[in-house]
Each structure stands twice: as C-alpha cells, then as structure tokens.
Ligand binder design. Structure first.
Ligand SMILES: [Zn+2]
Length: 349
C-alpha cells in the first residue's frame, strides 16, 4: 500500500531529521531498504507541562495531553504508528481523541490506518482528495514529466552542474511519488473524516487547539497547529529546521506561500512560543523568523536574477545564500529552491 513505498524513501540519519513522503531526503540516497530493516529510535521531548514532540521515522509528531484526551499532530508511517501510540502511553492513559494531518505526505499521514481506529482525523479540505484521488493524477502525469526531466538532465554534460543536480533530485522525487501512487490502495486508505477550510478550533479538557490554513505553501493543504495554553506551535512542513524545504509544487506548493504562512502565524503567537518543525529539532520563534528571512531573501535574489534577464539554469548557477550557513542541503539543494522560485515568479516563460 501507499505508505509502504514511502518507507523506501526514508532518511536514515539519527535524530529528528527524517523522512518525507515523495521527498527523498538525502544523504543517503533513497534505497529499497525494507521498512523493518532499521528499528525506530523514538525520542520523546517534553516541551511544556502538557505538550510533547516525538521524533521517530518521518515528520515530527506533536501531541497535547488534556484531562479529556490527547490531540496528536501527524503520525509518520503505518509501521511505526503503534510505536507512536506506545510512546504516548508512556505519559498518559487518556484516550487519543484527535489526530491532525498537517498535509497529505505519507510521512505525516502514513499512520492514519492505525489512528483512525481510535481518533477523529482532522485536516484541511485539500488533504482528503490528495490522499484519495491524487494518486490517479500522478499515475497519468508523472511518466511524461519524468521523461522530460531526463531529457533535460541528459542535455547537461557536466554531472556537477548545480542545475543538473537539482533536476536529478526532482527526478528522484517524481520516481518515488509515482511508485507511491502505483502502490496506492484506496480500500485501505484512512483519510481525514473531518476537514476544514481557513481555521478551526478543537476544545478539549480546558485546552484550545487552533488549526490554521493560510495559503498554499508546502502543499495546497497545509495546516499549522497551535496548542494555545501551552504556547506550542506545530508548523508541519511549512518549516524545515536546518535544511532546505521541499516545496511540493506538483501538489500546489508555493515559495511565496511559505512567507505568507509564517508571517501570519508570527502575528498570532507570542514570541516565547516553542516551535515544532515538520523536520528537524524543535526550536523557537527566532529560528522560525530566520527561516522566513531565508525564504524572502531567496525570493528577492531570484527576482533580481530574473529581472536581469538570467535564465533559470543561470539563476541556479549564480545565486548563493551563504549568509544562511545553518540551512543545509539534504534531499533538496539550493538549486531546487531557486528553480521553484524562478518558475513561480516567471510563470509565462
Ligand atoms: Zn511534507
């Protein structure tokens, strides 16, 4: 089934920098490693009196414990979902009442078949069709997309050319998304049963949980989740801490949307909020702000290059973001980011 294939695209580094559905975190390169080959080394971090971050295999899991039950944000992969439940059980026996999917990617939704047995699954309206219908669209569109990418790659002789490297990363992603779609089984899908557009609030045990969608950013169905009383924010993949983000333009993502989302959430949460990124360690508002600056500086640099008449490959080859040494390449390179922004700023080309 769908999430099984996603398992093959794990990043097997230690710690919280982990996998992404369709996003092939590298190093190491995606490999056909069987999903059970490496045990999950969960790391549970207590953030406040009632809020936790759980690092495992896939997107970071956040959860809030209340007297009336538990709210969980994201659930990694099916094969680790029971392990997530077990980790939650080490701190509370309260029922798991809600699970929020921050977006459709399988490293954030793969555990749904397990969680749907115990919790209401909540997500933005766009997540449900992405989980149920998108695989068919991928099957139709991606083979041709892959072929065109391969032709572009073959036309660049220098294997170290940063534009070629970026294209190869894209090809890897397309390949895995396609394999993912081909193995999708709608009969075993466990999509969200409660969807929203804009903003919703969950009230549980005297706690308020704000679930907010602002604009397409990482995908077209992103949610940010704020545990108001605890001052803990889960950004989903609208924030990659310490690495270049994956902007899933094939699923409606937008570089400028990243900035829009971050600006909106920063206007709503206090400066001492603890911030859980989709990938990377939990951090603070200042680091999120810094990531926002990276995105806006990148957009400005690409805009300048485009206005100067540079082509997309030329922009990729000439722009550096050395002022952000802490943001590192993984399964995405700076070239990928530049290319996405370039396409977004120059849609007619
Ligand atoms: Zn994602």
């Amino acid at each position: 089934m769908r999430c099984l294939v996603l398992t093959t695209i794990l990043i097997l580094t230690t710690g919280p920098v982990l996998a992404h559905s369709g996003a092939v975190p590298a190093p190491p390169a995606p490999s056909p490693t069987p999903r059970q080959a490496k045990p999950v080394g969960f790391k549970l971090e207590k953030l406040t009196a009632n809020a936790y971050c759980l690092y495992g295999r896939g997107g970071n899991v956040g959860f809030l414990v209340t007297d009336a039950g538990v709210v969980v944000v994201d659930d990694q992969y099916e094969e680790v979902a029971q392990g997530i439940v077990d980790q939650i059980r080490t701190v509370t026996d309260r029922p798991i009442r809600f699970l929020v999917n921050t977006h459709y990617h399988g490293d954030h939704t793969g555990g749904n078949p397990v969680f749907i047995k115990m919790a209401e699954i909540v997500a933005h309206d766009a997540v449900r069709p992405r989980l149920l219908e998108y695989p068919e669209a991928v099957k139709k569109a991606f083979p041709d997309r892959k072929r065109r990418l391969q032709e572009e790659i073959d036309a660049i002789g220098d294997a170290t050319d940063p534009y070629r490297v970026a294209l190869e990363k894209d090809l890897g992603l397309l390949d895995f998304l396609l394999k993912d779609a081909l193995s999708f089984n709608p009969a075993t899908a466990a999509p969200p049963g409660l969807t929203y557009d804009g903003r919703m609030r969950l009230w549980l045990g005297g706690q308020e949980v704000d679930v907010l969608h602002v604009a397409p950013g990482h995908t077209d169905g992103d949610s940010m989740v704020y545990f108001a009383k605890e001052k803990v924010l889960h950004m989903g993949d609208l924030f990659f801490n310490g690495m270049y983000p994956f902007i899933d333009v094939w699923a409606g993502g937008s570089a400028r949307g990243y900035v829009t989302n971050i600006d909106q959430i920063l206007s709503l949460v206090p400066p001492d909020t603890k911030v859980i990124p989709g990938h990377g360690p939990t951090t603070d508002v200042a680091t999120l702000r810094r990531f926002r600056s990276f995105m806006s500086d990148l957009i400005a640099a690409v805009e300048k290059a485009a206005k100067a008449g540079r082509s997309k490959p030329e922009a990729v080859r000439s722009i550096s973001m050395d002022q952000y040494p802490e943001i590192k390449p993984t399964f995405r390179t700076l070239g990928n980011e530049i290319a996405v922004v370039y396409d977004e700023l120059t849609p007619a080309r």
